[in-house]
Design a protein around this ligand. Structure first.
Ligand code: SF4
Ligand code: SF4
Length: 121
């Protein structure tokens, strides 16, 4: 017992000191979604196939669409990404989504944000 305690005192910890130390996520990690308005044709297949109703596509102009995504409802299954024939949706490695106000998890992506930042709904 004493030996085990002493040994563990000098072992490298197996856990990471998050947030000071961050893990690099795998390339195919399913984190926060982004939407590329320039590629969207408004077919709404993503909406139809989303199991939680987390994504809404709104028409905002002639052949212009925006995506309203509730990151609090999203289960990060990436079904919408697979369903989109135009590759207008993609997952990212971003996992830092914690918010005190759940309304801040409702985000809108449009032509102005073009897959990068987003504004709140
Ligand atoms: S994001 Fe893709 S699947 Fe969704 S409406 Fe646009 S083109 Fe269709
Ligand atoms: S990742 Fe899954 S739950 Fe989230 S919006 Fe896409 S289909 Fe819906």
């Amino acid at each position: 017992m004493i030996q085990e305690v002493l040994r563990s005192l000098f072992k490298k910890p197996v856990t990471n000191l998050y947030p000071a130390q961050k893990l690099e996520m795998a390339d195919n990690y399913r984190g926060k979604l982004v939407f590329h308005a320039s590629k969207c044709i408004g077919c709404r297949l993503c909406m139809k196939d989303c199991p939680t109703g987390a994504i809404t596509i709104n028409k905002v102009g002639e052949k212009q669409f925006e995506a309203e995504i509730d990151l609090g409802k999203c289960i990060y299954c990436a079904q919408c990404v697979d369903s989109c024939l135009k590759k207008a949706l993609e997952t990212t490695k971003n996992v830092e989504l914690a918010q005190l106000d759940k309304n801040k998890l409702k985000v809108v992506f449009n032509a102005a944000t073009e897959g990068q930042a987003e504004k709140q709904a």
